[in-house]
Structures are given as structure tokens and as C-alpha cells.
Design a protein around this ligand. Structure first.
Ligand SMILES: [Zn+2]
Length: 391
């Protein structure tokens, strides 16, 4: 048994002062003791913050070899064109980059991750990792109903290869998945499947569904495909996604940069098990703007935090994402962003039975964040705040 005494302990819900976390030798949570219930000399003292392991709700491990290859600030359409043209790389370079990305995430305190996969490249790393992954095998058909079946069969083969690893098949984004492919995806998943979809990352996406304007129509046509069959629904893109998806699965909406209050309300009414994943550093890398978090907080939406991939981020560190939120949207209480990146992420990925909070018998990983303080009633990550693992 071990007593971990810290200035601040975030337990998954709130920050406690001068408490001690009691754990067994494996890091299983036994209890949290208030200041007057233990002697400081019988505990190990850690200045700063102790919190549960981080959950990275959105990444693309298989794109790790694209680190530093994509220019920043180009906008999503130019970014997607770049990723598509850079995909033919020597397999050994891809494999090594995946291994390194997995170990970077572990040393940054990440215990669980939701990972988008179009390929089988990440299977071996996931089987051997200390991180628990939920894989979203991602399908798209560039809105070509005539090709939905053949695209589906390709991704079904990838899906099958993931074997017993936790997984679903998930649609890439409303602008890249036809109703026919959505249908095939829904047939494959069951009520326990967790679904992830990129949502409202850029204004062009809404324009496509509102009145068939914006850049996505020509983006698809430039691949040699017709979009003559496409008619707009005169609503924002999330309304198309909701119509195609089943409201009975847990739903992760990823990015939400352009999401308005009406979209948030509609999504939460449609499916109360909606989780809104933000990847702030990737948003800054690609589009140079962030979601309006206040709109989500006002609606009591459940937020989660993701790093996205090394093709659109400098690092795979949840702490760096939290520092970015603090820097640009400092009105958000730190307890909230800590909950987004621990308990909410664990819930979204169906891993809250062991991860996300310091509750009895959980083994969520225990992180020590140095250079964390309280200033004028506000908690604060200092610029050089860093994370170490105790368990
Ligand atoms: Zn993504």
C-alpha cells in the first residue's frame, strides 16, 4: 500500500487540496484521504497535481510517418489533398513511426486511445501496447453510391483483421460517405459499437449540404468522380450524418470547429450519448481556428480531447492540448478540461470501468503534473508544466 500526497488531486470530478491518494502496489485505487485523515510523513509528497491517466479520444496512429511533412495553416481541403498524395511510403518507415508514436503517447500519460484506421498497419503495435485502443476502422467512398459496395468490402477486410481488438466500422465524414455506404456500415455494427465521425471541421462541409457550394464538390470531381447525383439537404452537414447513423450507439463527433448551438442541440436530442471531441492543436495546425467551447459548455455537452495525428500536430500529448485550450480560451475552468481528458474520454470509449477517475478498484493510471498551481482562485498549467507517470 502506498499513500500519494499532493498539493492538488483531480479525482475525475473535482480538484481536492492536500489530500492523499491510497493505492496498492499495482496502482489500484483504494481511497482518497482528506488532509486531517493522514500524517504527511507516512505519505510520498508530490508538488503539483496528481490526476488519472489521460484518454486520447481521437488519433490516427497510421499517419505518424507524416510528422512535419504537411505545411500548416493551409485549410482542410489542401491538407486532405496532401495526405492522399503522400501515402506511398516504405512500409518499414511507417511501422517504426507507429511504434514511436505509441510510446510517445504512453510517456505523455495516455492510458487509452480511440484510433482511426484505414489500414492494418497498427495491429501489431496495438496488440503489444500498454495503451488500450478502441479502433474505428474508417470507411469512405467519396460519395459514389455505385462504388459503396466495393469500398465496403475493402474496409471489411481491414475490420476482420483487427480480430478481438475492440473496434467498430465508422464513417469518415459526411462529405465523403454516401447513404449507401452508411447503410452497409450500420448493418455491420451492433448496439455496442461506438461510432466516430469527423464533424463540421470546415465551413465548406456545411456549404455542401446547405446549397451544394464550397470546395468539396470540386474536391471530389478532381478525383475523376461525378457529383451530379448529389442534392443538398438545405441543412448543415451534421443533419445528414444524423439521418444516416443510428442513435442507439455511443457517438463521437470529432472536431466540431464550425458547430453552432442549433447543431449541438440537435445532436444531443438525437442521441444523448453524444460526445464532442476536440483536437485544438490540430485545428490550429490545419485551419488556425478553434471551436466555440462556450456553446458546447452552455448545452452541457460532454467534451473529450484528442491529439489527432502527427500529420496535423507537433506532438501526441494531451497535456499540450490542455495548455492550448487554457491559452486561447482561458475562461474554461481547468477542472472541466481535466474531466474532458480523463473521465469523459473513458466513458466515450467504453473504458470507464477501469479508467478516467480515482474510484475504488479502478486502475486508471496515476499521473504527476509538475508546475501546476492555483493563482487568484484559478488553477493554471504553467508553460513548462510536464507529466510523469507514477503508475
Ligand atoms: Zn481525424
Amino acid at each position: 500500500m502506498k499513500k500519494i500526497f499532493a498539493d492538488f488531486i483531480f479525482d475525475g470530478y473535482t480538484i481536492r487540496h492536500k489530500s492523499a491518494l491510497v493505492v496498492n502496489e499495482e496502482g489500484v485505487i483504494l481511497e482518497i484521504l482528506d488532509e486531517d485523515k493522514f500524517h504527511a510523513k507516512e505519505a510520498e509528497y508530490y508538488p503539483g497535481l496528481i490526476c488519472p491517466g489521460f484518454v486520447n479520444a481521437h488519433g490516427h496512429l497510421e499517419l505518424s510517418h507524416l510528422k512535419g511533412k504537411m505545411p500548416t495553416g493551409t485549410g482542410l481541403l489542401a491538407f486532405l489533398r496532401g495526405v492522399v498524395t503522400l501515402r506511398d511510403i516504405d512500409q518499414s518507415i511507417i511501422d517504426e513511426a507507429i511504434r514511436l508514436a505509441d510510446s510517445e503517447m504512453w510517456s505523455e500519460g495516455i492510458v487509452a486511445a480511440g484510433d482511426i484506421s484505414n489500414k492494418m498497419d497498427t495491429i501489431i503495435t496495438k496488440q503489444n501496447s500498454k495503451i488500450k485502443y478502441y479502433t474505428f476502422v474508417e470507411a469512405f467512398d467519396l460519395w459514389q453510391p455505385a462504388m459503396a459496395d466495393s469500398f465496403f468490402e475493402t474496409y471489411k477486410k481491414v475490420y476482420d483483421q483487427y480480430g478481438d481488438l475492440p473496434k467498430s466500422m465508422s464513417p469518415h465524414a459526411p462529405y465523403s460517405v454516401s447513404p449507401d455506404l452508411f447503410l452497409r456500415i450500420n448493418e455491420l455494427n451492433n448496439e455496442n459499437s461506438i461510432i466516430s465521425i469527423h464533424n463540421q471541421e470546415v465551413q465548406d462541409e456545411d456549404l455542401m449540404f446547405l446549397d451544394k457550394s464550397g470546395g468539396f464538390i470540386s474536391f471530389i470531381e478532381n478525383f475523376g468522380f461525378s457529383m451530379n447525383h448529389f442534392s443538398p439537404i438545405e441543412k448543415t452537414s451534421i443533419h445528414y450524418s444524423m439521418k444516416q447513423l443510428k442513435p442507439t450507439s455511443k457517438q463521437l463527433w470529432v472536431h466540431n470547429t464550425m458547430m453552432q448551438s442549433e447543431d449541438i442541440m440537435s445532436a444531443m436530442q438525437w442521441n444523448p450519448n453524444s460526445y464532442f471531441v476536440t483536437c485544438p492543436n490540430a485545428n490550429l495546425y490545419i485551419e488556425n481556428r478553434l471551436p466555440n467551447y462556450q456553446n458546447l459548455i452552455d448545452r452541457k455537452a460532454k467534451l473529450c480531447v484528442g491529439t489527432d495525428s502527427l500529420s496535423s500536430n507537433w506532438r501526441l500529448s494531451i497535456l499540450e492540448e490542455l495548455k492550448t485550450i487554457q491559452k486561447y480560451q482561458s475562461y474554461i475552468p481547468i477542472e472541466e478540461v481535466l474531466q474532458w481528458s480523463t473521465l469523459n474520454g473513458a466513458e466515450a470509449l467504453g473504458m470507464d470501468d477501469w479508467a478516467g477517475s480515482f474510484e475504488l478498484n479502478k486502475k486508471p493510471g496515476i499521473l504527476w503534473i509538475q508546475n501546476f498551481k492555483k493563482l487568484n482562485d484559478q488553477y493554471l498549467f504553467e508553460e513548462d508544466a510536464r507529466v510523469s507517470r507514477l503508475f
